[in-house]
Design a protein around this ligand. Structure first.
Ligand SMILES: [Zn+2]
Length: 313
């Protein structure tokens, strides 16, 4: 008999959107959720947050600096003044509201809503490959979402250096859904996000009320490295686009020798790595400024235990 892991209830949940102000599915979902005022009968306390209201107002990713890189311990403890970048001030406000980061006072679960121009389907992006709450929510979404592929992506970074808003909660993930152009809302993507958030809330309510969730296996994609665009050695201007054989093939195994870029001169550049890996965030529009054409991940199966909440032991 497999042991059952008893875990604290997930009593306080934060759903955040607009951390990037031009990722519109999360922004409109948060606006929709803010219309429905709590009447005190909800089984779980949910705080709904527009993370970067100035950027959302302008429909830009950020105003001065990328908010979703401002949640490292260093950034959260840096002195700020009126002249600091808006997002540096805002990250500390959000940390005060929803944190302090990963402390006993922090929200139990923080779900931060994002969109990508890449063909990723729905990804839960986390900093842990052994967070049983996040992994069970992922398994639940995989079982219940018929028309959307759901994957678990793991960034192997220590919590101090974890830079994104979701790292403020005791448990947390970015719910990233694509493909959707920035500054655009597509109904299929919006509906998938709405369904993903509803299924997450359903799982939390069942978990809190004592339901036992059977263990099993979840595929975890651990980020290995980013690949930049080919660039001119002097001007650093990009000299190629993602190869058509690779475009939109997020999470399809990329083998050594497979086409990766098509140079504007007509030449095909191939993947030179020694190990077949899974590409994702292929040609993400917001990552041109970061020098990232795609990311590569290694997949492995992680065994997760059966869980239930501590209260009904
Ligand atoms: Zn985003």
């Amino acid at each position: 008999e497999e042991p059952v892991v008893a875990m604290p209830t997930v009593s306080r949940v934060a759903v955040c959107g607009g951390t990037h102000g031009n990722e519109l599915a999360g922004i409109y979902l948060v606006r929709e959720m803010l219309k429905k005022r709590a009447d005190g009968t909800e089984p779980v306390s949910v705080v709904t947050v527009m993370s970067n209201p100035r950027a959302a107002q302008l429909c830009v990713r950020y105003v001065e600096t990328d908010l979703n890189r401002c949640f490292t311990r260093a950034a959260l403890s840096a002195p700020v003044s009126e002249t600091s970048p808006y997002e540096m001030i805002r990250s500390q406000e959000l940390n005060a509201l929803l944190g302090p980061k990963a402390s006993a006072q922090a929200v139990d679960l923080l779900c931060d809503l994002h969109n990508t121009t890449a063909n990723t389907g729905l990804c839960l992006i986390t900093y842990s490959d052994r967070d049983w709450i996040c992994l069970h929510i992922c398994k639940h979404l995989q079982r219940e979402m018929a028309s959307t592929p759901v994957r678990y992506v793991h960034f192997d970074i220590p919590l101090n250096e974890a830079y994104s808003l979701d790292s403020v909660g005791k448990h947390g993930f970015a719910m990233e859904i694509g493909p959707q152009p920035h500054g655009v809302v597509r109904s299929v993507i919006f509906s998938a996000m709405q369904e993903g958030v509803q299924l997450m809330m359903d799982w939390i309510c069942q978990f809190n009320s004592g339901t036992l969730f059977e263990g099993g296996w979840v595929d975890v994609y651990t980020m290995v490295k980013n690949i930049d665009y080919p660039r001119d050695s002097e001007t650093h201007v990009i000299t190629a686009a993602v190869h058509p054989n690779l475009q939109d093939r997020d999470f399809c195994l990329l083998h050594p020798g497979d086409p990766m870029f098509l140079c504007f001169s007509g030449e095909t550049l191939r993947y030179r790595g020694k190990e077949a890996l899974y590409p994702f965030f292929i040609n993400e529009g917001a990552y041109y400024e970061k020098g990232v054409a795609l990311s590569l991940a290694r997949k492995r199966r992680v065994q997760i235990p059966s869980v239930r909440s501590e209260t009904l032991r």
